[in-house]
Ligand binder design. Structure first.
Ligand code: IVH
Length: 701
């Protein structure tokens, strides 16, 4: 499974610092976009729905705690992604929004309470509040526009506003009326879900395999891939079906309740899911939830929860929408699916930072339409805690379309003749170096550093990546090619590639022009801003935002390196200073110190210094402190003098030690002494610590 990498993920949203919150929101925005892109446009999910929901929930919760960081392009304001696959675009008359997700009965009670509060319902009125519960079909949402009773357009959801025109494709479905009979409005949008049955999904994948074509990850993706075809004949050959469940635009009301609306849809000839039910309170919802979970595996199609909608259309209209979802509906999602299978072997993988990760190779098993063959075991402690051994029967939960998790050993295994407890290796399986586990750490790491193939390969790829050196033509494929040719064995080798001109030209796919382009691009990157350089080193826990914090604080590479070398000493002033930087803290400081403790990393740095010019941080040219002269006097209670100096410099000020007519600001801490007196005599602007903090804050936002 792709990992969302953040340093703060374990911290409850309300406890994040401003910097952390902003950083995580930025990271999540990018990550969610990437997931949406894969899900909606490539029909190829990168994570399972439960993981996606968790990430979205965390995102929403951080936004709630830090509304000042809500971005214009926030994931909470968007649904899906803009379509890209060559089909004509079409704009919905009313946007196709999404639903809020809930996971437990307390959430449902809260959903009802919110409705009660919003509508100001008395307890008696609340008793008359009804909901319609409908299975949440795991397919592809579709918008069908009928004009004068005729189907004139069908489009996918796309980004919620604009979707893809799949009119001709949808007409190939068998359970969809092309004309409406009886009473109908002039214009109406009907919304529903296109899906493929589980059985048909398997047959389709068998067919795909026979024809050497890409397999679909699950029925939802098969349905999406089948509908979003340029050639409707392909869609016709795929067994797609449709359930309808909602209305978009309509120039006349259809019904007074959602239940009546569903009956109306049936009369028009649509297929409505037959399992819908009227429910009145959280208790009934919980019961319905259980009934549906019980039926789930026997249903011929995939569902991933139950949607609850306020039955009265008048109340729906009053409740309206908030952000991307209606106040009148919610989706109570099912917990992730679980199955039992056997571990064939436990394998150890080594990542970029040298972490040894155990992975269970499983007897292949079908979990909700996905064949699962591997599951992460996280780390050594997890294996011990759960006492997981090779050949055990285990309960697997699909927590990712790629790598699912093992929850526990199936109790029946305990009566079997089990293998010996798993011995976690103390040496790296790739390079044979000692693999160490530090106190208070759960992860065992290879100490081979850049001498370990597993790490160096990944580190060079990271070094060339977009936010680091950003050498476009040094993508993963090229890096690996050069790595295996031994032209690049460590990052600095990239800058010496010109020495291998002849060797590279002999390789397939390389010619004078492409090589020249590559070498020019590399040369253009010999100047590197400090923050990108720090990030490029791939130190654990140092994402681009943290690298920026460090670069701003230490200003120059040499200053940073010198201070980090000194910070290796626990308790040193430099270490304390590093730990106390907002957004750094002891855990990150430990990682940086560990990096600077490894000899091979120092050699790498030394080597890179010879090839590169690492640029100092550019200070701000505008703002209240730009080009001003600032003097600090006395003791500041919130930060050290050197921190305050760094901040002032970052904001463009020059910090000096003595007061003169040229001084613009004097920042007076506790016990300002003679300098403070002199400043007053000269009539200079004196700020106390509070004013100073305010000034800094206003400049930094
Ligand atoms: S009602 C304003 N009812 O779930 C949104 N949606 O997560 C109205 N879905 O976009 C949607 N079954 O694609 C509704 N019975 C059902 C549904 C359903 C599946 C999908 C739909 C929607 C998504 C929201």
């Amino acid at each position: 499974m792709q990992k969302f990498q953040t340093n703060f993920y374990q911290i409850p949203p309300s406890k994040l610092s401003f910097e952390q919150a902003q950083q995580e929101l930025n990271q999540l925005t990018i990550f969610l976009k990437k997931l949406d892109q894969a899900y909606y446009n490539k029909d190829m999910p990168l994570v399972d729905d439960a993981t996606y929901d968790q990430l979205r929930q965390r995102f929403n919760s951080i936004e709630k705690n830090f509304p000042q960081f809500i971005r214009q392009d926030s994931a909470s304001k968007t649904v899906g992604v803009k379509p890209t696959n060559g089909l004509k675009k079409s704009t919905h008359l009313i946007p196709m929004l999404s639903l809020d997700n809930i996971f437990k009965v307390e959430d449902f009670k809260e959903f009802i309470k919110r409705i009660q509060r919003y509508l100001g319902l008395t307890p008696k009125e609340l008793k008359n509040l009804h909901f319609i519960a409908e299975p949440k079909i795991d397919g592809l949402s579709i918008n069908l526009t009928y004009k004068h009773g005729k189907l004139i357009q069908a489009s996918t959801r796309g980004d919620g506003t604009t979707g893809e025109d799949v009119t001709e494709n949808i007409k190939t479905l068998r359970n969809l009326p092309l004309t409406l009979s009886d009473y109908f409005p002039d214009t109406i949008e009907i919304r529903g879900e296109v899906y493929i049955s589980k059985q048909d999904f398997f047959s389709l994948n068998e067919e795909q395999e026979k024809n050497n074509k890409r397999l679909f990850a699950n029925p939802r993706n098969a349905a999406a891939g089948s509908l979003r075809q340029l050639d409707p004949e392909i869609t016709r050959s795929r067994p797609l079906s449709l359930f309808v469940y909602a209305q978009g635009y309509s120039d006349q009301p259809i019904a007074d309740t959602h239940e009546h609306f569903l009956h109306h849809l049936q009369r028009w000839g649509f297929t409505v899911n037959p399992l819908f039910k009227v429910i009145q309170n959280a208790q009934e919802a919980e019961k319905f939830q259980q009934e549906i979970i019980y039926q789930r595996s026997a249903l011929p199609y995939d569902i991933d929860g139950v949607v609850y909608k306020v039955n009265s259309i008048a109340l729906q209209n009053r409740l309206g929408f908030i952000g991307r979802s209606p106040r009148w509906a919610t989706a109570w999602k099912f917990p992730a699916e679980q199955v039992i299978t056997r571990i064939e072997k436990i394998e150890i993988q080594v990542g970029r930072t040298g972490a040894l990760t155990p992975v269970a190779l499983l007897e292949p098993i079908n979990v909700g339409g996905v064949i699962v063959t591997r599951a992460t075991l996280h780390n050594e402690e997890e294996i011990t805690r759960k006492d997981i051994r090779e050949h055990d029967k285990v309960i697997v939960q699909r927590a990712g379309d790629v790598i699912p998790q093992i929850l526990q050993v199936d109790p029946s295994s305990h009566s079997e003749n089990r293998a010996q407890p798993f011995q976690f290796p103390t040496r790296c399986p790739i390079c044979g170096s000692i693999a160490e586990k530090h106190q208070n750490e759960v992860v065992r790491r290879c100490t081979g550093g850049l001498t370990c193939k597993a790490q160096i390969e990944e580190r060079i790829i990271h070094f060339c990546s977009k936010e680091a050196f950003n050498i476009k033509s040094m993508g993963k494929k090229t890096v690996l090619e050069f790595f295996y040719l031994k032209l690049i064995q460590q990052p600095a080798d990239i800058f010496r590639l010109h020495n291998y001109h002849e060797t590279i030209l002999k390789r397939k796919g390389w010619g004078e022009p492409s090589l020249k382009n590559l070498l020019t691009a590399i040369d253009q990157h010999r100047k590197m801003p400090l923050d990108r350089f720090i990030y490029a080193l791939g130190i654990r826990h140092i994402g681009i935002a943290t690298a920026k914090i460090l670069a701003r604080h230490y200003s120059s590479y040499h200053n940073w390196k010198e201070q980090m070398l000194a910070a290796r000493q626990i308790g040193s002033e430099e270490r304390l200073n590093l730990e106390s930087i907002e957004g750094i803290g002891p855990a990150i400081a430990d990682e940086i110190a560990a990096f600077f403790t490894e000899k091979h990393n120092l050699i790498t740095l030394h080597d890179l210094e010879k090839e590169l010019t690492i640029q100092n941080v550019q200070y701000q040219q505008t703002g209240k402190l730009a080009r001003k002269t600032v003097v600090f006097t006395g003791t500041l209670s919130n930060m050290t003098r050197s921190e305050a100096k760094n901040i002032a410099e970052r904001l463009g000020a020059k910090v000096t030690g003595s007061i003169s007519q040229k001084t613009d600001y004097v920042i007076e801490g506790h016990d300002g002494g003679s300098k403070a007196r002199k400043a007053r005599e000269l009539g200079l602007i004196c700020l106390n610590e509070q004013d100073w903090n305010k000034l800094v804050q206003s400049e930094e936002t």
